[in-house]
Design a protein around this ligand. Sequence first.
Ligand code: BEZ
Length: 253
Amino acid sequence: MPKGSACDWDPAQYQRNAGFVPQLGEPLLRLLAPRAGERILDLGCGDGALTRHLIDAGCAVVGVDASAGMIAAARARGIDAHVMDGHALHFDAPFDAVFSNAALHWMTEPDAVLAGVHRALVPGGRFVGEFGGHGNVGRIVAALEHALECRGAATDCPWYFPTPADYRARLEAAGLVVDAIESFARPTPLPGDVGGWLQTFGKPYLSRLPAGRRNACVAELVDTLRGALCDEAGRWHADYVRLRFVAHRPAGG
Ligand code: BEZ
């Protein structure tokens, strides 16, 4: 299985439990400021819900994702989409911009990803992205790891959540110039309880348990996390921290 696809995705389950992901990506689209005619690579395009906005803005877009299920869903939206491991991008300077929303935390070898992004950009081309920053879903991760430890399973984190300083250093080491980088808390309303989030996104952890024990573990986690993530009106939030950046490949580099 390629890196960056610790689980293959079920597009229907994703749309049910994670429809907020493309909706909350709209500020990032504004930061990208796509112009008609630009060639854009959407790195980790998922089912293409956000990618469509780039096409509607008149851009020539290629989407890549490690999940075959998501790529099938993106193609069904009419997107030129390909199964590709983000650690092994094989494009040679055809793109005016690389865009990535809520995907880079799945790619746990960031230097390999950034080398491919640099190669994919024309000189002067920009790289605009947002993903989980340091401390992202900290309460959920702590509860998951505690639950796994109690059951004798491995507890290592499957995601990459860097600080702005760490990611800036890697962008620069890859030959990119950082125009802006920031991290901020963004408590994110969930469509149901945290169980849906865990069943959709928590698979890299939950798959360490025998299949027959996962649902009971999720039910226990919903109880554990209720006090921290559910308000008095019964509304659940995930404790997201976003790392957002704009960088570019220098004209001569
Ligand atoms: C995120 O978007 O922050 C995220 C999604 C799934 C798993 C971990 C983090």
